[in-house]
Design a protein around this ligand. Structure first.
Ligand code: IFM
Length: 457
């Protein structure tokens, strides 16, 4: 790791020149950073419960304290200013503001987000809020969670309450973050909360109700906050067959149907893909007349989370879809994702050409490493992560110049935090958090990101 490499990366960052009005931000999620898991009347969420299950989280940790952002939010805003960010994408912990997921609101929980939002605005940072980033109130899980159609109505009510409370100050509202991941990892494989292992049947049922929740929430947000920009964040991957064989081509198509098209077709076209409905005819959830029309609300933007491409071959995940992931030779992150910068260009072109959203935000992009320690100078010289940002932002810019309406980019993540079932073992931050002292330290990747931001013109 040489200074020459660092200098070359900074030079590349300075040469990127995105337009002045392009939005750069940092992203986080409530459970991953806040801590204060039961502070000031907060109710239990499915992640509070799941982390207590032996073996669920690799290092046995939880988000009980995490980055203690619940108490340190003001210093975290100062950090965002030091990084020259324009915007901050964060999520509201539903069980902090409505402990049971229905009924009474918790004024103290709402007070926390009031202070955070006011602090952001005073610091010149635009708040981009996500209503649901995986932490369902446990009280709703006890009634069936995402298998229960009623949960969709509860999320819509919660969205309406939040829009009434904060609609005067928040411009961008995301209903759900990554329904593919929280529905399938939570209900098909059980790697994430609530830890159910019901295969494709579970993933599909949770997904339909989550999309219904999105569709019901959008008009509630618009009613209370008429000027709001409203969208959804999907985690998308362009699927490539591992070989030209018909089996691998089918596997790639099935993966595309499940991860991408199930959500995109529903939200932008008002139907689920016919091939998927045929394939999964025996395991479909209760999809009622009118559901798809509810789901297909006009949106102001699509948020795209992109971390990798997906090279697929015939395999065993999830019958009847039967695909399997292939790992091409190359560099990989600490969570086993291939580093392939072109993925961001390809996914933007795919979405633009097939669905034409009015505006797109890259709502998450970033990489995990092994646990990092500062060098003798106190620097975290994370050259690989800095290169990741320069390369991916350059690929995004290539798509933008072809006419894809990408309006902003959010680095995942602002600071190291609780990475779900990986606990604290795979830091993703552009800022390091020392969990013993809660000290924050901007990494070299953070410095590089700041140069990309400053180079706009
Ligand atoms: O940490 C997660 C985030 O909560 C959702 N998107 C992917 C990130 C990295 O795995």
């Amino acid at each position: 790791m040489s200074n020459a490499k660092a200098a070359a990366l900074i030079a590349r960052a300075k040469g990127l020149h995105l337009p002045k009005d392009f939005v750069f931000g940092g992203a986080t999620a409530a459970y991953q950073i806040e801590g204060g898991w039961n502070a000031e009347g907060k109710g239990e969420s499915i992640w509070d419960r799941f982390c207590r299950r032996p073996g669920a989280v690799i290092d046995g940790s939880s988000g009980d304290v995490a980055c203690d952002h619940f108490h340190l939010w003001a210093q975290d805003i100062a950090l965002m200013q030091a990084l020259n960010l324009d915007a901050y994408r964060f999520s509201i912990a539903w069980s902090r503001v409505q402990p049971q997921g229905s009924g009474a609101l918790n004024p103290k929980g709402i007070g926390f987000y009031d202070r955070l939002i006011d602090g952001l605005l005073a610091a010149g940072l635009a708040p981009h809020v996500t209503l649901y980033h995986w932490d369902l109130p446990q009280a709703l899980q006890d009634k069936g969670g995402w298998y229960n159609r009623d949960t969709a109505h509860r999320l819509a009510d919660y969205a309406g309450h939040m829009a009434q409370a904060f609609g005067d100050r928040i411009g961008h509202w995301t209903t759900l973050n990554e329904p593919w991941t929280f529905c399938w990892s939570g209900h098909a494989s059980g790697e994430d909360a609530p830890g159910l292992t019901d295969g494709a049947k579970g993933g599909l049922a949770a997904s339909h109700h989550a999309l219904l929740a999105h569709g019901l929430a959008v008009p509630r947000i618009r009613a209370a906050a008429p000027k709001a920009q409203v969208g959804i964040v999907l985690d998308l991957n362009v699927a490539e067959p591992a070989s030209p064989s018909p089996q691998d081509q089918t596997a790639a198509r099935h993966f595309d149907l499940a991860q991408n098209r199930f959500y995109l077709d529903a939200v932008f076209k008002g139907h689920y893909p016919a091939e998927l409905l045929d394939l999964c005819a025996d395991i479909l959830p209760d999809i009622r007349d009118g559901d798809l029309a509810t789901i297909a609300q006009p949106l102001d933007y699509l948020g795209v989370n992109i971390y990798r491409r997906s090279v697929m071959a015939a395999g065993t995940e999830w019958p009847p879809l039967n695909f399997g992931r292939v790992s091409p030779t190359g560099d990989y992150t600490a969570v086993g994702y291939e580093i392939f910068p072109r993925c961001i260009h390809d996914v933007l072109i795919y979405v633009h050409e097939n669905y034409g959203p009015k505006a797109i935000y890259i709502a998450e992009n970033g990489m995990a490493t092994a646990i990092e320690t500062p060098d003798a100078q106190g620097t975290i010289l994370d050259l690989q992560r800095a290169a990741y940002y320069v390369d991916h932002i350059a690929e995004m810019e290539r798509a933008r110049r072809k006419g894809v309406p990408v309006k902003g980019y959010f680095a995942w993540t602002l600071m190291d935090n609780f990475e779900w079932a990986y606990g604290y073992t795979v830091p993703f931050g552009i800022v390091q958090v020392d969990y013993a002292t809660q000290a924050r330290r901007i990494k070299f990747s953070g410095e590089t990101y700041r140069e990309i931001i400053k180079a706009r013109r």
